[in-house]
Design a protein around this ligand. Structure first.
Ligand SMILES: C[S@@+](CC[C@H](N)C(=O)[O-])C[C@H]1O[C@@H](n2cnc3c(N)ncnc32)[C@H](O)[C@@H]1O
Length: 244
């Protein structure tokens, strides 16, 4: 029974929160007036509880850490038949996305402003067809590695909610986090790697390396990607499929 499954899933993962809670301290950041007003006016309208999500009949996709929401909005426009959850804690970014959802009259994107670890623990197992995580915080210092989103326990959480053959797409501009992602997914035999592609922004300018499109990456260029590119970082894209 799905509800029972979600509850046991939730209990099993409560131990995660103490280790990672500092990585998702709710971030207020600096608001523009427009972001603050959109947040206040629209959050309630676009927010969905996990209970509501678990009873929705549409195919489900998730973007974790959507930032300003550009990719999520494009995804929502491209696949209007799906329910897409945007999980984010950064409130100015949430405000930006909400005001664009309203202006563009997009009705299939919902906001979940809770830590991804908590949300996944509450979703019905095998209910999600795709999870996207683009440019998660790299937490480069050794003493902060435990704050990274990609951890063995988090991969297990993704496996629980993904449908068989469901997909996880990730990207990073932080080479060492890219290695970390590759190693963590390789350790979990329930995921099969379908794409592991590195794009060098400097070579890309001179046409010597692959473009985003030809990589089969579904996303456009994100804000954090642009920032990474300006710093000369290589961009690494991954696609993993749940194979069992
Ligand atoms: C580096 S930003 C990337 C934003 C966007 N994907 C982009 O590429 O422009 C990472 C985002 O993940 C969010 N984040 C970090 N930990 C999270 C968690 N546990 N649950 C949900 N969002 C999280 C942060 O608030 C931040 O906005």
């Amino acid at each position: 029974m799905p509800q029972q499954d979600s509850a046991s899933n939730q209990n099993a993962d409560m131990s995660l929160y103490s280790d990672v809670e500092h990585s998702y301290i709710r971030r207020r950041g600096r608001f523009t007036k427009a972001q603050a007003s959109a947040l206040e006016r629209l959050a309630q309208h676009y927010r969905m509880s996990t209970q509501e999500i678990n009873t929705d009949l549409r195919e489900l996709g998730i973007e974790i850490g959507f930032g300003m929401g550009h990719e999520l909005i494009v995804w929502g426009q491209e696949q209007p038949q799906k329910l897409l959850l945007g999980i984010e804690l950064y409130q100015p970014g949430i405000g930006s996305m909400l005001s664009r959802l309203e202006n563009l009259k997009i009705g299939n994107v919902a906001l979940v402003d809770e830590p991804a670890q908590k949300v996944l623990a509450e979703l019905t197992p095998k209910s999600v067809s795709e999870i996207r995580i683009f440019f998660p915080d790299p937490w480069p210092k050794k003493r902060h590695l435990k704050r990274r989103l990609i951890q063995p326990e988090f991969l297990e959480q993704m496996l629980v909610v993904l449908k068989p053959m469901g997909i996880a797409r990730l990207a990073t501009d932080w080479a060492e986090y890219g290695e970390w992602m590759a190693e963590h997914f390789a350790m979990n035999t329930n995921f099969k790697c379908e794409l592991d592609a590195i794009r060098d922004p400097i070579l890309a300018e001179s046409g010597l390396t692959t473009s985003l499109d030809s990589l089969g990456a579904v996303r456009g260029r994100t804000k954090f990607e642009t920032r990474g590119e300006k710093l000369g970082h290589r961009i690494r894209d991954f696609t993993y499929r749940r194979v069992s």
